[in-house]
Design a protein around this ligand. Structure first.
Ligand SMILES: Cc1ncc(COP(=O)(O)O)c(C=O)c1O
Length: 355
């Protein structure tokens, strides 16, 4: 049995006990509701971890990019939703290839793309499940709620090879709002737009099987809103400082194991920097050392201010990142452990891929 102290550092760690508790907490929130929890794979990017979750009954996955869906299909997972626009003939061919070995859903927000997707599906002899993406206020992709979404849903239904299944409405602009009342108020407003669009489609005799959205930050509100059928959080499993500040009920299972390689009074240096620890959402923290303050991430060094001075060269600390998804994307493998005993070393097949 390998233990963490036998491993070289830096090393990306996942504490499976903490991850299991996060999963259970999310499931408990909706135990009394007919709601699907579709896990966002852009946070994980790791087929071994996806298979682990499947073993716990979590078989539905969301992806940001086609390569993530392909990694999942390679891992034997077949209920896939790429919540993004798939544009251009080469990517549409890949999508249709994927549809031969998995049930794959995709978003659309453009009529010409819908027509090209229909042609690609017919040429490949597959049916692609399509959700119309609605912009519920984030201002990223998506058509406006109401009539524009109705128009596009009708267009999808006219294409042989495509099957309209429902509506996607992700509220990314609301995830990290710290004030619970403000978040709730704005979230209900965006949900009204999305579920109002569902009602409009149904009044026009278009069945809507799926209405999906939410992330870790808004899942508790969205998942209890009548008319929603699915939530799509990802970060709640691994977690990071930024999310933990607003969702303290989920703990950080992800960390980067580091070694102190240099010290001087009031300061020490760790053996990993911005090439192993994402800083796009802010500075990381040192697990169990509340008084320490990360000053700077260089490429391969992290400089930490440590007033208590009680640190020796060779000490090992776990670094808790400010952004779990971006940190997964920096590594090629992760070590899954329980209480410091290694259970698995999984490749992170989709890390560093953007296609
Ligand atoms: C389409 C979509 N759904 C859901 C999420 C939520 O993910 P998380 O739980 O990591 O906030 C994201 C995050 O970027 C997203 O882009």
């Amino acid at each position: 049995m390998t233990t963490l102290d036998q491993l070289e550092s830096p090393q990306l760690l996942i504490d499976l006990d903490v991850l299991d508790a996060n999963l259970q907490r999310m499931r408990n929130n909706f135990a009394d509701r007919p709601l699907d929890i579709r896990i966002h794979f852009k946070s994980l990017k790791c087929g071994g971890l996806a298979r682990y979750l499947c073993g716990k009954g979590m078989t539905k996955f969301l992806c940001a990019k086609l390569n993530e869906a392909e990694v999942l299909a390679e891992s034997g997972i077949t209920d896939l939703f790429v919540a993004n626009q798939i544009i251009g003939a080469p990517k549409l061919r890949r999508l249709c290839e994927l549809a031969k070995r998995a049930q794959v859903r995709v978003c659309v927000d453009d009529a010409a793309n819908v027509e090209e997707m229909g042609r690609a599906a017919r040429a490949a002899g597959v049916t692609v499940d399509v959700l119309v993406e609605v912009d519920v206020g984030m201002g990223r992709c998506g058509v406006d709620p109401g009539a524009p979404a109705l128009e596009l849903a009708r267009h999808v239904r006219r294409q042989e090879g495509l099957r309209f299944v429902g509506l996607q409405g992700y509220d990314g602009h609301l995830q990290l709002i710290a004030d619970a009342e403000e978040q709730r108020h704005r979230c209900l407003d965006s949900l009204e737009k999305l579920v109002g669009t569902r009602r409009l489609l149904e009044q026009n005799d278009i069945p809507v099987e799926v209405v999906t959205g939410a992330g870790t930050g808004t899942s508790a509100i969205v998942g209890h809103f009548n008319g929603m059928t699915e939530i799509q959080p990802g970060s709640f499993l691994l977690m990071d400082n930024a999310y933990h500040a607003v969702r303290p009920e989920f703990a950080c299972s992800l960390s980067v194991l580091c070694t102190v390689i240099s010290r001087r009074p009031g300061r020490y240096v760790l053996d990993a920097g911005s090439k192993a620890i994402s800083k796009d959402f802010g500075m990381p923290a040192i697990k169990g050392r509340a008084g320490d303050n990360v000053l700077k991430l260089a490429e391969e060094h992290t400089l930490v201010d440590s007033p208590d001075g009680n640190v020796r060269v060779g000490d090992r600390f776990e670094v808790l990142t400010a952004h779990c998804c971006a940190t997964m994307n920096l590594h090629r493998q992760c070590v899954a452990h329980r209480g410091g005993r290694v259970e698995a070393v999984w490749p992170i097949e989709a890390s560093g891929r953007y296609d």
